[in-house]
Write a protein that binds this ligand. Structure first.
Ligand SMILES: [Zn+2]
Ligand SMILES: [Zn+2]
Length: 344
């Protein structure tokens, strides 16, 4: 089968021909119907050899959807033909966090060597993949996999961040979204669907801001050092109740710091490598800063329900598996609108 693999440190991924994997006891094989590309794939492919810990060759892809193709011994909860999405942040399944579906915060996954697909385990950017346990499959029940697949990360991650801050986002509040790409453009829609907040979106050019308005932003501002003053103007001088930074670079975190209101929150979601100093004299009084990671299993089910009711829609650019290396290049250049999805 074809699989998009990262094989050599510092080089682009390649389309490799590898054996179709067999599901072991308790495992499920999916015939992949869609696989999303993510900036975090670029993050790991940008790591120098001494910091790279994901194994080589690595089949990429942590946003996956497919049709159950073959089940391993003892699997009864799914059957061949079921259409499913893959829950990516795999945990141990036994600890209290995992019991609550919060496998993204499993404290034991690391020491047990449990890694997400495409981020250590063979990923979904291939014709087939193995899912280690049925609890990591969520039924699609007829949702279009190409339109839906990115919600497993680009939807789930902002949903988890927004839900955590929801008590600070009643009607009349203000949410700032920095970065309106893959995660941000879904985040705007989630804010509109589940909160009462006025949404101010920031990005680096007018084209991206036009897209942000299309998906529901009330106000858009170019993301630069003048942005905090404009956000203060739009909020009567008070600042934003919650700032969601989907970039996470030092300049965007600085915008967040200067834009958040007293007793507000900053959710630093992006993996841009920035660091925000907090404490007296840096962030305003009472501000909490959090760096969330991915989301829970039940939250993925909730995000898919938002898609089912049409409240969340992913803007998708579709590619074949052979085009995946080029698609990664486009993503890296910032040329992808919304999310790039490979359809094997
Ligand atoms: Zn991702
Ligand atoms: Zn666990």
């Amino acid at each position: 089968m074809k699989a998009v693999q990262y094989q050599t440190i510092g080089e682009l991924p390649v389309v490799a021909d590898i054996d179709i994997p067999e599901p072991g006891p308790g495992q499920v094989r999916l015939k992949i119907t869609a696989a999303g590309l993510c900036h975090s794939d670029w993050f790991l492919m940008g790591l120098p050899a001494e910091m790279y810990s994901y194994g080589l060759p690595l089949t990429l892809g942590h946003e996956g959807a497919g049709i159950v193709d073959k089940v391993g011994e003892g699997v009864v909860a799914v059957k061949p033909g079921d259409d499913v999405a893959v829950y990516g942040p795999w945990g141990c399944g036994r600890c209290s966090e995992c019991a609550q579906g919060r496998e993204n915060y499993c404290p034991f996954a690391g020491e047990l060597g449990i890694t997400p697909p495409g981020l250590g385990s063979p990923g979904c950017m291939a014709e087939y993949m193995i899912v280690d346990d049925v609890r990591h499959l969520v039924p699609l029940n007829g949702l279009d996999p190409v339109q839906t697949v990115s919600l497993t990360d680009a939807g789930l991650t902002p949903y988890h961040a927004i839900k955590h801050s929801l008590d600070k986002l009643p009607a009349g509040s203000t949410a700032v979204v920095i970065g309106t790409g893959g995660l941000g453009h879904v985040g705007i829609q989630i804010l509109r669907a589940i909160s009462g907040a006025v949404v101010i979106a920031l990005d680096v050019n007018d084209e991206k801001l036009a897209h942000a308005r299309e998906v529901g932003a009330h106000h858009t501002i170019i993301s630069d050092s003048d942005a905090p003053a404009k956000i203060r103007d739009l909020t009567g001088g008070i600042g934003a109740d919650v700032v969601f930074d989907f970039v996470g670079a030092t300049p965007t975190l600085e915008i967040a710091r200067q834009s958040v209101r007293i007793d507000g929150s900053i959710e630093s979601v992006g993996i841009g490598g920035g660091v925000l100093a907090t404490g007296f004299g840096s962030t305003p009084f009472g501000v909490s800063v959090r760096a969330p990671y991915w989301g829970s299993r039940s939250e993925l089910m909730e995000v898919l329900e938002l898609a089912r009711t049409g409240q969340v829609h992913v803007t998708v650019e579709q590619y074949s598996i052979d085009e995946a290396p080029d698609a990664y290049h486009r993503l890296h250049e910032g040329k992808v609108t919304g999310r790039a999805v490979v359809v094997p």
